[in-house]
Design a binder for this molecule. Structure first.
Ligand SMILES: CC(C)(COP(=O)(O)OP(=O)(O)OC[C@H]1O[C@@H](n2cnc3c(N)ncnc32)[C@H](O)[C@@H]1OP(=O)(O)O)[C@@H](O)C(=O)NCCC(=O)NCCS
Length: 178
């Protein structure tokens, strides 16, 4: 499905555009954000490449991900992503620029994309792998009604070291019957 625009309570989720590279630096170029992600902070050239990659991948048919920009009234606020992995399954990821934290944007964006994943894409399972100390993200996952499944050891190499992840998931039946 392309292009996709989804409306949440306060956020709009939309496809990336090539002119998002500069504003996306507020997310992927900020150590306060990337310390919790599976990659280190990126500079302008890398941000440009990431955004171009997202724009190109969105046009693949079939798609292997829905990597959408989070837009609020003031503009670009972050991203949310469903990456297909396994049978009718996807991995959820999200990040919000630090000056917009604590306003419910990640919860709204994730809820909107998860709803799309189950209702429109027919997914069966959506999971999120979260750093053990990432209490904000754990709160987002719990707020979505995700269940803790276990700890993945040395799951990602980031900030110059291996890091475990806590695995959370929600199934289609749980989501649609909640
Ligand atoms: C995780 C992140 C996306 C949350 O974004 P956000 O828009 O601030 O999240 P929300 O405002 O929707 O808050 C969600 C919950 O987290 C809670 N929260 C926020 N910061 C917190 C913290 N430091 N410790 C504990 N809980 C926290 C909020 O109180 C809220 O809980 P509630 O719904 O029970 O009130 C944001 O902190 C971020 O971008 N972090 C860096 C990237 C990242 O960690 N991505 C996820 C990787 S798994």
């Amino acid at each position: 499905m392309y292009p996709v625009t989804l409306t949440g309570r306060v956020v709009t989720l939309r496809e990336f555009r090539e002119d998002d590279a500069a504003s996306s630096l507020a997310v992927i170029g900020d150590d306060r954000v990337t310390q919790w992600l599976s990659f280190d902070s990126r500079g302008p050239a890398e941000a440009d490449a990431m955004v171009r990659g997202a724009v190109a991948r969105a046009k693949r048919d079939p798609r292997d991900e829905y990597y959408l920009a989070i837009e609020v009234e003031r503009g670009f606020a972050g991203f949310v992503r469903l990456g297909f992995s396994g049978v009718e399954a996807a991995k959820l990821g999200y990040a919000v620029r630090a000056d917009q934290w604590g306003k419910g944007l990640a919860t709204d964006a994730a809820r909107t994309l998860v709803q799309f994943g189950f209702a429109a894409l027919g997914l069966h399972r959506i999971s999120a792998a979260i750093g053990p100390d990432n209490f904000a993200s754990i709160a987002v996952a719990k707020g979505l009604g995700m269940t803790y499944e276990g700890r993945i050891r040395d799951h990602v190499f980031t900030n110059a070291q291996w890091r475990d992840s806590l695995l959370y998931s929600v199934l289609e039946t749980e989501w649609l019957n909640a």
